[in-house]
Design a protein around this ligand. Sequence first.
Ligand code: MN
Length: 233
Amino acid sequence: MDTTNRRDILRAAVATGGIALAAGAVSARAAARPVTQSPQAQPALPYAQDALAPAISARTVDFHYNKHHKGYFTNLAKLVAGTAWAQSPLEDIILATANKPESRAIFNNAAQAYNHNLYWQSLTPKGSAPSDALMAAITRDFGARAALEAELAKAATGQFGSGWAWLATDGTKLKVIATSNAGTPLTDGMTPLLVIDVWEHAYYLDEQNRRADYVSAIMPLLDWAGASQRFAA
Ligand code: MN
Protein backbone atom coordinates (compact mmCIF):
# COMPACT_ATOMS: atom_id res chain seq x y z
CA MET A 1 0.00 0.00 0.00
CA ASP A 2 1.40 3.40 -0.86
CA THR A 3 1.64 6.29 1.56
CA THR A 4 -1.31 8.17 0.09
CA ASN A 5 -3.69 5.28 0.51
CA ARG A 6 -2.41 4.65 4.00
CA ARG A 7 -2.99 8.27 4.96
CA ASP A 8 -6.47 8.23 3.45
CA ILE A 9 -7.37 5.19 5.49
CA LEU A 10 -5.93 6.76 8.61
CA ARG A 11 -7.84 9.99 7.99
CA ALA A 12 -11.03 7.97 7.53
CA ALA A 13 -10.33 6.25 10.82
CA VAL A 14 -9.80 9.61 12.51
CA ALA A 15 -13.04 10.94 11.03
CA THR A 16 -15.00 8.01 12.43
CA GLY A 17 -13.39 8.38 15.84
CA GLY A 18 -11.28 5.25 15.45
CA ILE A 19 -8.07 7.13 16.11
CA ALA A 20 -7.79 10.28 18.17
CA LEU A 21 -4.97 11.74 16.14
CA ALA A 22 -4.55 14.91 14.08
CA ALA A 23 -4.06 14.22 10.37
CA GLY A 24 -1.50 17.03 10.19
CA ALA A 25 0.70 15.26 12.71
CA VAL A 26 0.63 12.13 10.57
CA SER A 27 1.98 14.00 7.54
CA ALA A 28 4.75 15.60 9.57
CA ARG A 29 5.87 12.26 10.96
CA ALA A 30 5.66 10.53 7.59
CA ALA A 31 8.18 13.05 6.27
CA ALA A 32 10.65 12.29 9.04
CA ARG A 33 10.08 8.58 9.49
CA PRO A 34 13.42 7.13 10.61
CA VAL A 35 12.83 3.42 10.24
CA THR A 36 10.93 1.25 7.79
CA GLN A 37 7.86 0.25 9.75
CA SER A 38 4.98 -2.09 9.26
CA PRO A 39 2.74 -3.81 11.77
CA GLN A 40 2.61 -6.82 9.44
CA ALA A 41 6.25 -7.57 8.77
CA GLN A 42 9.23 -7.93 11.06
CA PRO A 43 12.19 -6.40 9.20
CA ALA A 44 15.02 -8.76 8.32
CA LEU A 45 18.07 -8.64 10.55
CA PRO A 46 20.56 -6.30 8.86
CA TYR A 47 23.40 -8.82 9.44
CA ALA A 48 23.96 -12.51 10.14
CA GLN A 49 22.91 -13.84 13.55
CA ASP A 50 26.55 -14.44 14.51
CA ALA A 51 27.80 -11.08 13.20
CA LEU A 52 27.72 -9.33 16.59
CA ALA A 53 29.68 -12.02 18.45
CA PRO A 54 31.39 -12.04 20.83
CA ALA A 55 29.66 -8.89 22.12
CA ILE A 56 26.29 -10.56 21.52
CA SER A 57 26.29 -14.28 20.77
CA ALA A 58 24.43 -15.86 17.86
CA ARG A 59 22.30 -17.72 20.42
CA THR A 60 21.20 -14.48 22.06
CA VAL A 61 20.43 -12.87 18.68
CA ASP A 62 18.49 -15.99 17.66
CA PHE A 63 16.28 -15.97 20.78
CA HIS A 64 15.97 -12.19 20.84
CA TYR A 65 15.06 -11.74 17.16
CA ASN A 66 13.16 -14.96 16.44
CA LYS A 67 11.31 -15.31 19.75
CA HIS A 68 11.02 -11.99 21.58
CA HIS A 69 10.95 -9.51 18.71
CA LYS A 70 8.89 -11.76 16.44
CA GLY A 71 6.45 -12.38 19.28
CA TYR A 72 5.55 -8.70 19.49
CA PHE A 73 4.65 -8.69 15.79
CA THR A 74 2.61 -11.87 16.18
CA ASN A 75 0.73 -10.48 19.16
CA LEU A 76 0.19 -7.09 17.52
CA ALA A 77 -1.18 -8.65 14.33
CA LYS A 78 -3.79 -10.51 16.40
CA LEU A 79 -4.69 -7.38 18.37
CA VAL A 80 -5.16 -5.08 15.35
CA ALA A 81 -6.75 -7.59 12.95
CA GLY A 82 -9.99 -6.11 11.65
CA THR A 83 -9.41 -2.72 13.31
CA ALA A 84 -8.53 0.70 11.86
CA TRP A 85 -4.92 -0.02 12.82
CA ALA A 86 -4.50 -3.17 10.75
CA GLN A 87 -2.56 -1.32 8.02
CA SER A 88 -1.16 1.56 10.04
CA PRO A 89 2.55 2.27 10.50
CA LEU A 90 3.83 1.30 13.92
CA GLU A 91 4.50 4.94 14.82
CA ASP A 92 0.86 5.88 14.21
CA ILE A 93 -0.39 2.97 16.32
CA ILE A 94 2.03 3.91 19.10
CA LEU A 95 0.99 7.57 19.17
CA ALA A 96 -2.71 6.74 19.01
CA THR A 97 -2.61 4.22 21.87
CA ALA A 98 -0.07 5.77 24.27
CA ASN A 99 -1.39 6.40 27.78
CA LYS A 100 -4.75 4.83 26.98
CA PRO A 101 -5.47 2.02 29.44
CA GLU A 102 -7.98 0.39 27.07
CA SER A 103 -5.28 0.15 24.37
CA ARG A 104 -2.37 -0.87 26.57
CA ALA A 105 -1.78 -4.28 24.97
CA ILE A 106 -1.72 -2.78 21.48
CA PHE A 107 0.65 -0.02 22.61
CA ASN A 108 2.99 -2.44 24.36
CA ASN A 109 3.30 -4.77 21.37
CA ALA A 110 3.53 -1.99 18.75
CA ALA A 111 6.13 -0.08 20.77
CA GLN A 112 8.18 -3.21 21.45
CA ALA A 113 8.08 -4.10 17.73
CA TYR A 114 9.21 -0.56 16.85
CA ASN A 115 11.86 -0.35 19.58
CA HIS A 116 13.40 -3.67 18.50
CA ASN A 117 13.37 -2.63 14.82
CA LEU A 118 15.54 0.30 15.81
CA TYR A 119 17.67 -1.77 18.20
CA TRP A 120 18.87 -4.07 15.42
CA GLN A 121 19.49 -1.03 13.23
CA SER A 122 21.44 0.61 16.05
CA LEU A 123 24.13 -2.07 15.93
CA THR A 124 26.60 -2.98 13.22
CA PRO A 125 29.37 -5.61 13.30
CA LYS A 126 32.16 -3.15 12.55
CA GLY A 127 30.92 0.01 14.19
CA SER A 128 30.81 3.28 12.29
CA ALA A 129 31.36 7.01 12.69
CA PRO A 130 28.89 9.91 12.92
CA SER A 131 28.40 12.23 9.96
CA ASP A 132 29.87 15.74 10.20
CA ALA A 133 26.38 17.10 10.92
CA LEU A 134 25.68 14.63 13.74
CA MET A 135 29.21 15.08 15.13
CA ALA A 136 28.65 18.84 15.25
CA ALA A 137 25.44 18.30 17.22
CA ILE A 138 27.20 15.85 19.56
CA THR A 139 29.96 18.38 20.20
CA ARG A 140 27.39 21.12 20.77
CA ASP A 141 25.26 19.11 23.22
CA PHE A 142 27.75 16.78 24.94
CA GLY A 143 31.21 18.26 24.29
CA ALA A 144 32.60 15.07 22.75
CA ARG A 145 31.49 11.69 21.45
CA ALA A 146 33.13 9.95 24.41
CA ALA A 147 31.06 12.05 26.81
CA LEU A 148 27.88 11.13 24.95
CA GLU A 149 28.82 7.44 24.98
CA ALA A 150 29.48 7.63 28.72
CA GLU A 151 26.07 9.22 29.30
CA LEU A 152 24.37 6.61 27.10
CA ALA A 153 26.11 3.77 28.95
CA LYS A 154 25.12 5.32 32.29
CA ALA A 155 21.48 5.57 31.19
CA ALA A 156 21.55 1.94 30.01
CA THR A 157 23.12 0.52 33.16
CA GLY A 158 21.12 2.78 35.47
CA GLN A 159 17.64 2.06 34.08
CA PHE A 160 15.82 0.20 36.88
CA GLY A 161 14.24 -2.99 35.55
CA SER A 162 13.29 -3.61 31.93
CA GLY A 163 13.59 -0.78 29.45
CA TRP A 164 15.65 1.07 26.89
CA ALA A 165 18.40 3.71 26.69
CA TRP A 166 18.17 6.16 23.81
CA LEU A 167 19.90 8.87 21.89
CA ALA A 168 17.10 11.01 20.49
CA THR A 169 16.61 14.47 19.08
CA ASP A 170 13.75 16.83 19.84
CA GLY A 171 14.53 18.81 16.70
CA THR A 172 16.85 21.29 18.37
CA LYS A 173 18.88 19.25 20.86
CA LEU A 174 20.23 15.74 21.26
CA LYS A 175 19.13 13.96 24.42
CA VAL A 176 20.05 10.76 26.22
CA ILE A 177 17.05 9.27 27.94
CA ALA A 178 15.92 5.97 29.43
CA THR A 179 12.42 4.51 29.17
CA SER A 180 10.75 1.69 31.11
CA ASN A 181 9.21 -1.43 29.62
CA ALA A 182 7.88 -0.54 26.13
CA GLY A 183 8.37 3.22 26.52
CA THR A 184 9.66 5.12 23.49
CA PRO A 185 10.69 8.77 22.90
CA LEU A 186 8.20 8.92 20.02
CA THR A 187 5.45 9.66 22.52
CA ASP A 188 7.39 12.70 23.76
CA GLY A 189 7.62 14.09 20.21
CA MET A 190 11.25 13.08 19.78
CA THR A 191 12.98 11.24 16.93
CA PRO A 192 15.01 8.25 18.16
CA LEU A 193 18.52 7.96 16.68
CA LEU A 194 20.00 4.99 18.59
CA VAL A 195 18.65 2.60 21.19
CA ILE A 196 20.09 0.01 23.56
CA ASP A 197 17.77 -2.75 24.79
CA VAL A 198 18.31 -3.36 28.50
CA TRP A 199 15.62 -5.97 29.04
CA GLU A 200 17.36 -9.00 30.57
CA HIS A 201 16.58 -11.11 27.48
CA ALA A 202 19.04 -8.89 25.56
CA TYR A 203 22.01 -10.16 27.57
CA TYR A 204 21.11 -12.86 30.07
CA LEU A 205 22.31 -15.84 28.01
CA ASP A 206 25.71 -14.18 27.51
CA GLU A 207 26.27 -12.09 30.60
CA GLN A 208 23.64 -13.34 33.08
CA ASN A 209 22.94 -10.39 35.39
CA ARG A 210 25.96 -8.32 34.34
CA ARG A 211 24.19 -5.61 32.36
CA ALA A 212 27.17 -3.23 32.55
CA ASP A 213 29.35 -5.83 30.77
CA TYR A 214 26.77 -6.14 27.97
CA VAL A 215 26.54 -2.37 27.60
CA SER A 216 30.30 -1.85 27.44
CA ALA A 217 30.64 -4.75 24.97
CA ILE A 218 28.18 -3.26 22.49
CA MET A 219 29.24 0.38 22.66
CA PRO A 220 31.85 -0.15 19.87
CA LEU A 221 29.13 -1.72 17.70
CA LEU A 222 26.76 1.26 17.73
CA ASP A 223 25.86 2.25 14.18
CA TRP A 224 26.62 5.96 14.13
CA ALA A 225 26.23 6.03 10.34
CA GLY A 226 22.63 4.84 10.71
CA ALA A 227 22.07 7.37 13.49
CA SER A 228 23.40 10.05 11.13
CA GLN A 229 20.87 9.08 8.46
CA ARG A 230 18.01 9.28 10.96
CA PHE A 231 19.40 12.61 12.23
CA ALA A 232 19.47 13.99 8.66
CA ALA A 233 15.84 12.92 8.09
MN1 MN B 1 14.44 -7.04 23.56
